[in-house]
Design a protein around this ligand. Structure first.
Ligand code: PEP
Ligand code: MN
Length: 375
């Protein structure tokens, strides 16, 4: 059960203390307080865990400070979408809004290589009206002898260049909890010219200690990739790890599943799960066409498979697209074969725009009142 408290409730007030005292007296029930900072107000939610079946909604809504009561299922307590649960999924970070209604493209380098390429990428993004990007500094690689990313060494100049071209949020994978401190330090050192969305890669979706660390900090929002060989439910539980530790600013990314059934694509594209995620949870949903498809193969009209699957995810309501670009893919240090080129950026963005517009029209169509006729 979740108690939604009145907005901006004072946690030092007598009413709040009276509420906690009442909750402390409930046998077999533990409670946990979560604060959700919106742009205008702070929302406090109290999660009641344990034997809540005996509690009535009337009784709980009559308690001091309580505005609303939601009875929730056991799974995905924080991030799930529960019956009669109209809580917003929206959060704001560094001037950018994320929700199940927003839409952003995060294009950029799978792996940061040199300042020239990073600058060319940011320049192209700015020229095309983009304020978000992807940049990989810590790369988890299958082969220990492959390039592992420049790590913390590149962060100061990547952040400075991002700031120079008006990039507000960079999706950046981390593979160890110390990377959070390294990112924080580089941002401080450069005067916070940009922001970072911490990415948990598919190989770390069930690295529970990493999830707990990332969940305990609330400075950075999180992009969680679906695990490539586990069920959707298992990946959603991973997202809930972040939220249960205190960070519910989580975007969930579909990136394809590992199976030969998807051949000749790199992974089996799973973007049909976009509406499933929106129904089961309140998280914004991201799609990653690059790691799903993995090649630049195209249909006879010249439209790349990557662009087709992007359109399929966007027309189904995806809120974010994470996509690999590179100024010179043949020289990219990681994942060159799946990178789009800078001259392809305006084409990609326009194509995505068509799909987004179609999704918004489909939403309008679904909302249109219609007469139900007897058969
Ligand atoms: C990436 O986005 O660079 C990446 C490694 O993705 P994934 O974790 O989905 O393989
Ligand atoms: Mn990659």
């Amino acid at each position: 059960m979740i108690l939604i408290l009145e907005p901006d409730v004072d946690r030092h007030s007598d009413a709040f203390h009276a509420l906690l005292e009442h909750l402390n007296r409930l046998e077999g029930i533990k409670h946990r307080t979560h604060q959700v900072k919106g742009s205008e107000q702070v929302l406090t939610e109290i999660y009641l865990i344990g034997n809540t079946a005996a509690l009535t909604e009337e009784e709980m809504s009559a308690l001091p400070c309580v505005e609303r009561v939601i009875r929730i299922s056991d799974t995905y307590r924080v991030l799930g979408r529960h019956k009669d649960d109209h809580r917003s999924s929206e959060f704001h970070y560094n001037g950018v809004t994320f929700s199940q209604d927003s839409f952003h493209v995060f294009a950029g380098l799978c792996a940061v290589d040199n300042p020239t390429n990073v600058e060319r990428m940011f320049q192209a993004l700015q020229a095309n009206g983009q304020t978000c990007a992807r940049m990989g500094a810590y790369k988890p690689r299958t082969n220990p002898y492959s390039f592992q990313g420049h790590g913390s060494d590149c962060l100061p100049w990547v952040f400075e260049l991002a700031g120079k071209y008006g990039i507000r949020v960079i999706a950046m994978e981390i593979t160890h909890d110390r990377h959070i401190a390294e990112i924080e330090q580089a941002l401080e050192q450069t005067g916070n010219p940009t922001g970072v969305m911490l990415q948990i890669g598919t190989r770390n979706t069930q690295n529970f200690e990493l999830l707990k660390h990332v969940g305990r900090q609330t400075r950075f929002p999180v992009l969680l990739k679906r695990g490539f060989g586990i069920t959707l439910e298992e990946s959603l539980n991973a997202a809930e790890y972040l939220a249960s530790e205190g960070n519910s600013h989580v975007v969930f990314a579909l990136r394809g599943m590992k199976t030969n059934m998807g051949d000749p694509h790199r992974n089996f594209v799973d973007f049909s799960h976009v509406p499933v995620l929106k129904r089961l949870t309140r998280m914004p949903v991201c799609i990653d066409p690059s790691h799903s498809v993995g090649t630049r193969a195209a249909d006879p009209e010249g439209i790349m498979d990557m662009m087709h699957v992007t359109a399929q995810g966007v027309i189904a309501g995806a809120n974010m697209v994470l996509v690999d670009f590179h100024p010179d893919p043949s020289r990219a240090l990681v994942d060159g074969p799946q990178a789009l080129t800078l001259p392809e950026l305006p084409w990609f963005l326009e194509d995505v725009g068509i799909a987004r517009e179609a999704y918004l029209r489909r939403r309008e169509l679904a909302a249109r009142p219609r007469l139900v006729k007897d058969a």
